[in-house]
Design a protein around this ligand. Sequence first.
Ligand code: PHE
Length: 440
Amino acid sequence: MAEKRAQFGTRLGVIAATVGSAVGLGNIWRFPYECGTGGGGAFLAVYILFVFLIGVPCICAEFSLGRSSRRGMPGAFRISGARKQWGFLGYAAILAAFMILAFYAVVAGWTLEYIIDSATGLFRDTPNSDRHAQFTGFISGWKAVLWTIVFLVINGLVMIGGVEKGIERVSNILMPILFLILIVFCINSLTMEGASEGLYFLFHPDISKLTPDVVLGALGQAFFSLSLGMGCLVTYSSYFADDTPLIKTSMQIAALDTLVAVLAGVIIFPAVFSFGMTPDQGPTLVFEVLPNIFHSMPGGSFWSFLFFLLLALASLTSIISVSEIIVAFLVDEFRMGRLKATMIITCISLVTGTLCSLSFGPLKSLNLFNIFDFTSSNILMPLGGLGVCAFVGWQMRRSDFTAQMKMNSKVPAFIFDYISIGIKYVAPAAILIIFIAGLF
Ligand code: PHE
């Protein structure tokens, strides 16, 4: 007899786990630097437009696919009447998940080192002029590998617990803590002298900053941040109860994920401006610029400890969602036990994660970190997003889709139309643009 499929226990658990997947390094590390280099308010405006115009329909597409099939990747594509060829999208998603797992664990590992360095006062004792050398020295060495391993092992331990007792329970605990830390930080940031300059930068859209690059960056960021295009939300929704309202949940996730990104901006930009720095430093913004700021702040060690703790917790709930894509695949397709599936994934990612970490040191010439980042974010995720929208929009039975969308909720006709048109036309067209532009 087939084993009963796991399910999230409560509606709050669904939100905590799914928002936990969405909120991660993407919001607190990637969003501020993308927004900082993309001109601030202009980037934010386009980003929010994409989240609701393209992101929400894509979330709904993934949800309807996952819950109607009660399968992860690639099983979700094998619903009755669909051609077999669609399955390759599912395998692409598994590949993308392995790649993200590897490089995400590296950056998440850095946050652990920073937590320790804040607690031991190493940051306080390092002069700002040595900050860059300290960071590059750390990421190129074996200590960074060690933290990558530690993070992957913690991830493995949560995964063994299962959907309800592992993922849901951890998300239920971590997400409220995360929101609490965010709010404490915002208050601190807003009371800084010169905060208004940072807020002006974040919220004042200067249209002249909108270049094609910025627009594409915003679209890619929306995909990454909402965990779209690689079956993560397909997998999670395959564990949703029948009475979870999909459209409402998709809007809540989009709203909360965007809120966290905006709050991260509210935390970082006022600090950047009050300490006379520039917001366009790129990926090192959080790891080099912020420690400089913490260094000069009263109680800096405490704030930096709290900040990197926030980043680590957010990364954990995201990385478990990436691992779940592969666990579900092994459990569904090979009838493997959860424990064995988790062990296999952890062993493989210990190797790939180590290789990614060493991409900043001895393996610079191979640079697997960049290859994985580029291939997953710029090729596999857009391709997957396009595929899911095309599949749900054009292959899935219309009545199945409508039933999923309307189950247990009254959906106004215009909202339903916005979602359907988004899935069929708007999202695929937009994704096609990022995909082609991403390649060049
Ligand atoms: N959304 C996560 C973040 O913002 C990253 C992620 C991507 C998680 C894809 C799952 C799948 O950090």
